[in-house]
Write a protein that binds this ligand. Sequence first.
Ligand SMILES: *[C@@H]1O[C@H](CO)[C@@H](O)[C@H](O)[C@H]1NC(C)=O
Ligand SMILES: *[C@@H]1O[C@H](CO)[C@@H](O)[C@H](O)[C@H]1NC(C)=O
Ligand SMILES: *[C@@H]1O[C@H](CO)[C@@H](O)[C@H](O)[C@H]1NC(C)=O
Ligand SMILES: *[C@@H]1O[C@H](CO)[C@@H](O)[C@H](O)[C@H]1NC(C)=O
Ligand SMILES: *[C@@H]1O[C@H](CO)[C@@H](O)[C@H](O)[C@H]1NC(C)=O
Ligand SMILES: *[C@@H]1O[C@H](CO)[C@@H](O)[C@H](O)[C@H]1NC(C)=O
Ligand SMILES: *[C@@H]1O[C@H](CO)[C@@H](O)[C@H](O)[C@H]1NC(C)=O
Ligand SMILES: *[C@@H]1O[C@H](CO)[C@@H](O)[C@H](O)[C@H]1NC(C)=O
Length: 400
Amino acid sequence: MHFSRYVSLCFITTSSLLLTTTAKADQVLLPKPDGAFEVGLSTMELIDKSRLQLFAPSVQQRHFMVSLFYPIHSRKSTTPANYMPPETAAFEDGSELSTTGSAGLVSPNGTFERLALQVAGKSPQTQGTLDFPIVLFSPGEATTRLFYSVIAQTIASSGYIVITMDAPHDVDIVEYPDGSVDLINTTVTNAATIADADLAVSVRAQDASFVLDQLCNNASVVSQLIPGSSHGLDVRNVAMFGHSLGGAATAAAMLNDSRIAGGIAMDGTLYGPVVQEGLDRPFMLMAHTNHTRVAGNGTGDADSSWFNFWANLRGFKLDIMLANSLHYTFSDVPIVLETLGIVPNATIATNLQVTDLNGSRALQIVTTYVTAFLDKVLKYKTSPLLQGPVAAFPEVTFER
Ligand SMILES: *[C@@H]1O[C@H](CO)[C@@H](O)[C@H](O)[C@H]1NC(C)=O
Ligand SMILES: *[C@@H]1O[C@H](CO)[C@@H](O)[C@H](O)[C@H]1NC(C)=O
Ligand SMILES: *[C@@H]1O[C@H](CO)[C@@H](O)[C@H](O)[C@H]1NC(C)=O
Ligand SMILES: *[C@@H]1O[C@H](CO)[C@@H](O)[C@H](O)[C@H]1NC(C)=O
Ligand SMILES: *[C@@H]1O[C@H](CO)[C@@H](O)[C@H](O)[C@H]1NC(C)=O
Ligand SMILES: *[C@@H]1O[C@H](CO)[C@@H](O)[C@H](O)[C@H]1NC(C)=O
Ligand SMILES: *[C@@H]1O[C@H](CO)[C@@H](O)[C@H](O)[C@H]1NC(C)=O
Ligand SMILES: *[C@@H]1O[C@H](CO)[C@@H](O)[C@H](O)[C@H]1NC(C)=O
């Protein structure tokens, strides 16, 4: 399995799995972003021969999947792209969509197979695409990067190249182009110590630097990810955001890698030296309801990692809270449920860590504020959204 995976890399074109466009009769289309640009999607496996795979059952080179969402200048018709490749969709059908609950949403087989993104068709017409700023994304623990594709695509549609990065063995499932999968290492994640979390976060941070290095230096990677491109990207001024453990990875990556000009932690407790060392560049915390900065050594809602990190932030900083939200409000889960027409009862919603804030609205709030922050850091645009409460988003409050 693993051997064939490395061999298969030689034959990867782009996105052979995700972009199968067989229109299924019962296909359910996720909303098309209403930004100025259509969005193309590519996926590929990256291998870092200089590092080892974390939490793997055997010694392997570090390898993981990325999805790259790129804006396209010209208007193109869109085509459905499977939200998840087949093994992943089948796995998620049987999962609870939750790391905490025993009474989660167990979907009928075929549920996730039906979901599709609406992306631009593939043709090498990417004139100008390489000029858009780059934004990296790291997912929550136990949550495939694919559960953030709608968020990533929506941000890309306003003029960013957004790259979501998986973290094999600390997310639930990673599926490679040959159909093989890496599952979560529950031995580690079920009994995660602070040391495990620190390690997972620093490995993800190194992945972020590795991805930037590849995008800059490896024209073969860029041409596979963005059709028609023939040289490396400018990675000197990029941003990163992440959900949960991915938010911690964002802060950790910024501490080491000055190419990352700004970062966002969507509702994640922070780990590692960055909590005490802080950062000199812009950072935004996005909190679910009741997730606050509290002195001491609390975790969870009374979060001392946020308290300490906040005190050590020396650049522009924001801590905003979203009313009527829970941890997975900051993911595609709400919009996926809405699109599928699934309304979880209160018990299941709590186990899934979502609320009755509907999917369209959750997506709009999250992507609007993330984009406003990215616009400030990477496009030098100011926005009233970042200055205080606005009437259009009464759900968002500022924790000063
Ligand atoms: C989980 O990770 C530990 C530590 O790296 C490793 O020893 C173990 O083999 C892994 N277990 C599985 C099932 O992959
Ligand atoms: C759903 O799929 C799983 C795995 O493929 C299988 O074990 C299970 O029996 C299926 N359930 C139903 C109700 O078909
Ligand atoms: C630190 O950042 C550099 C790029 O600035 C990167 O090449 C290196 O891998 C990073 N190291 C760690 C430990 O993250
Ligand atoms: C560039 O990417 C290809 C995969 O497309 C990989 O095989 C190769 O090792 C990479 N080169 C460097 C210098 O990282
Ligand atoms: C926030 O905390 C209050 C007081 O403990 C509680 O009543 C409320 O349900 C919590 N809200 C959420 C969304 O967790
Ligand atoms: C903080 O953790 C230490 C042990 O590391 C413990 O002794 C102390 O009581 C904790 N303080 C609070 C406020 O929880
Ligand atoms: C929610 O749905 C689950 C599964 O159908 C059921 O077991 C549970 O009793 C329901 N809870 C409530 C409060 O309705
Ligand atoms: C979602 O909620 C917003 C208000 O929060 C409402 O305007 C909108 O109609 C709702 N959308 C759906 C699809 O329920």
